[in-house]
Design a protein around this ligand. Structure first.
Ligand SMILES: NC(=O)c1ccc[n+]([C@@H]2O[C@H](COP(=O)([O-])OP(=O)(O)OC[C@H]3O[C@@H](n4cnc5c(N)ncnc54)[C@H](OP(=O)(O)O)[C@@H]3O)[C@@H](O)[C@H]2O)c1
Length: 275
């Protein structure tokens, strides 16, 4: 990184906060002496984040007073316990909390300079996807810094409709999430056909690993992969045509919609207590 960006993570010993801490250290985007982590109980950090040069505090306010950018990664139902006032600090607040809106975040942090984002624990290995939506107070200089943080832990895009963060919370927040469900269906199918459960699981895990790499790295969209299989007209085409004619796609839509609605309910319940 060009300059010594000072990053704070509130909830930095948690599942997501800890993964982001590990990810930015691993990538070298943030030096250990420029990383601040807070939690209410000074819980121990693991791996690179256990470096004694990393600052730890139980005071979220102390953390934001030392940092340029602060990522808030506490459970949404605890967002009201943050006790921060960023109005005088010049620090930029990024939330990765499910369902907490830009307006709620501004109320909770007493600053207009907030970003609502989503990410995932895949941040630890640089494999997260982190979309973000900014408040109007965010400048182009801020945007560069936000990109630098999120590019250190994977891929990122700015989105310009806040409701899309609700959609992404359902789509990419949980890793392996819905993909694990599809894998489990395939494992169960193999077991039902009499294949040993350990063998079935090993085969499907490897299938998903290879599929993930191919989908991510090859210059073909998911649709193009499917079309290519159907054009080839082999055994997979027979299965794909059957699945396309079924209600599978509608069931996936319903599941994702239910997850988005759950995200919005979180926001509504928090709204009761921030107002
Ligand atoms: N885990 C995921 O896969 C995932 C994916 C996408 C988004 N998210 C979002 O990330 C956030 C954190 O989730 P998580 O799974 O990482 O939770 P977690 O493992 O329970 O970690 C939460 C952390 O927040 C700390 N904390 C709680 N209240 C605090 C406060 N007032 N001040 C400072 N620290 C506080 C906790 O430590 P103490 O108890 O010691 O304070 C803990 O270290 C949630 O909002 C969730 O929606 C998570």
């Amino acid at each position: 990184m060009q300059d010594n960006l000072c990053l704070g993570i509130i909830g930095g010993a948690g599942h997501l906060g800890g993964a982001i801490a590990q990810g930015v250290l691993r990538n070298g985007a943030v030096l250990p002496e420029n990383l601040w982590l807070s939690s209410r109980t000074l819980a121990a950090s693991h791996g690179l984040a256990a470096d004694p040069k990393v600052h730890r505090t139980t005071s979220n306010q102390t953390l934001i007073e030392h940092c340029d950018i602060v990522i808030v990664a506490v459970p949404p139902h605890l967002a009201n316990s943050l006790a921060i006032n960023a109005s005088e600090t010049g620090c930029l607040i990024i939330s990765v909390m499910a369902g907490v809106t830009v307006t709620q975040l501004q109320q909770l942090s007493a600053t207009e300079r907030v970003v609502r984002a989503m990410s995932s624990p895949a941040a630890e290995t640089g494999l997260a996807y982190s979309p973000w939506f900014s408040s109007e107070a965010i400048t182009d200089t801020d945007r560069l810094k936000i990109r630098r943080v999120f590019e250190a832990i994977g891929q990122t895009d700015e989105v310009f409709d806040e409701s899309h963060i609700d959609q992404f919370t359902a789509l990419i927040g949980p890793v392996p999430g819905f993909v694990a469900y599809y894998a489990d269906c395939m494992v169960n199918y193999a077991i039902d056909q009499g294949i040993d459960s350990n063998v079935a699981e090993r085969a499907i895990r490897q299938l998903f690993k290879a599929s993930g790499v191919m989908l991510a790295d090859l210059d073909l969209s998911p649709r193009a992969h499917v079309d290519a299989m159907i054009d080839y007209d082999g055994t997979t085409a027979a299965g794909l045509k059957c699945m396309q004619a079924s209600r599978l796609s509608a069931s996936i839509d319903q599941g994702l919609t239910a997850a988005v609605e759950a995200t919005r309910k979180m926001s509504e319940s928090l709204g009761d207590s921030t107002s």
